[in-house]
Design a protein. Sequence first.
Length: 126
Amino acid sequence: MLLPSAIPEIPVARTNLAVDYYLNHLGFVLDWGNNEDGIAGISKGKCCLILTDTAFRKGWGNSGPVLFWLNLTSKAEVDQLFTEWKTAGAKIIAEPEDKPWMLHEFIAADLDGNLIRIFYDFRRDA
């Protein structure tokens, strides 16, 4: 049996503010949810995320911030997404660069300090 892609739960303080940030600064779309329930599903292409607020997570004990990785298909895609996010006012923690571990990557953050590492593994280009 093949497992489907994982969908990370991203802990946020206020769902409505987080949704607004992911839509307006990172280019995601709202698939479902609202602030009253404290949970929302968002997506961009094949990437799906679940945003949950403190009250929603209370019974589970999970908290943030978290770090999640997004694997793109080329250095050019990494650089293009960096430019899109920077232009849209996303909080950039580290600009794109080639790392000694053979990843071309940059790091962005959301309003709650969750980190998003965007990368391309360029070992396959060698």
